[in-house]
Design a protein around this ligand. Structure first.
Ligand SMILES: Nc1ncnc2c1ncn2[C@@H]1O[C@H](COP(=O)(O)OP(=O)(O)OP(=O)(O)O)[C@@H](O)[C@H]1O
Ligand SMILES: O=P(O)(O)OC[C@H]1O[C@H](OP(=O)(O)OP(=O)(O)O)[C@H](O)[C@@H]1O
Length: 230
């Protein structure tokens, strides 16, 4: 048995994760063809690289099928109930920064904060006969945030991508999504509510609290964490 390390299989997160480990003497690399999801680990024994979707890493850690995994804090908090009982944060990696925010059309001049949104949502329902729709893939985090902020008269609609487009497409009136540079929001004529983000996320190395550790795995895990300075 080996220690399984889960890393996002594509894009910025994968490349920056490879760099972060490389700077600490652990070389992660893809093997096979460009499209084959296989990889290897050099610089430490007994560790297997598992390439998978960033969004699936929280679940795999919680199930104990990965010992360690790199993904965004937003995805762990959204996907795992009582996340800190299922995984342990080992290191914030200093990249993949993104804020989870609520945004409304820029032309809604009377709506700048959650209190305004609550008022607008009540007025919307009275006028249209259905609740104001907020598109998101972060259902749990958004619900908790709006409940705490006293916003009640809304409904979430699921959007797994291109969420900023839902307002223009008339499938939602507002959105809750991650933003980094803010360019996608600006391009889609949306503005962030001024109460501060729901969550500030960054790429983080997590350890599973459930993954079994036989003697050999304990040794490999310790060696890896020592090498990473953790
Ligand atoms: N524009 C961005 N800037 C910085 N970080 C981002 C950005 N977009 C997404 N992220 C972060 O990257 C992580 C992965 O996001 P997401 O699940 O959208 O990626 P994906 O590449 O679409 O993954 P999947 O393989 O599941 O489709 C999340 O933790 C998110 O916060
Ligand atoms: O603030 P910005 O720098 O413009 O980045 C924000 C965008 O990045 C992410 O989308 P991604 O590119 O992952 O595509 P997606 O819409 O499929 O999630 C996110 O969902 C926003 O749409």
């Amino acid at each position: 048995m080996t220690v399984k390390l889960g890393v996002p299989s594509k894009g910025r997160l994968m490349e920056k994760t490879f760099d972060w480990f490389g700077e600490r003497g652990v070389t992660l690399s893809r093997t096979g063809s460009e499209r084959e999801y296989s990889g290897k680990v050099d610089g430490v024994d007994g560790v297997q690289l598992v390439l998978l979707s960033a969004g699936e890493i929280p679940r795999e850690l919680a199930a104990g099928r990965l010992h360690l995994g790199v993904t965004g804090t937003d995805l762990v908090r959204e996907k795992l109930v009582q996340w800190d009982q299922q995984v342990e944060e080992m290191a914030a990696l200093g990249f993949g920064f993104a804020d989870l925010i609520v945004a409304v059309p820029s032309c809604w001049v009377d709506v700048d904060c959650l209190d305004d949104l609550d008022a607008a949502a009540s007025a919307f329902r009275a006028e249209h006969g259905h609740r104001l729709r907020i598109a998101t893939k972060y259902h749990r985090l958004v619900r908790d945030y709006l409940r705490a902020g006293g916003v009640a008269d809304y409904q979430l609609v699921d959007s797994q991508g291109a969420t900023e487009g839902t307002v223009k497409n008339l499938t939602a009136e507002a959105i809750a999504d991650i933003t980094s540079t803010g360019e996608t929001l600006r391009a889609n004529h949306l503005k962030i509510l001024g109460d501060g983000p729901i969550l500030r996320s960054q790429a983080t190395l997590f350890r599973s609290r459930k993954a079994q550790k036989a003697v050999a795995e304990r040794a490999a895990l310790k060696q890896l964490l020592d090498k990473l300075g953790l």
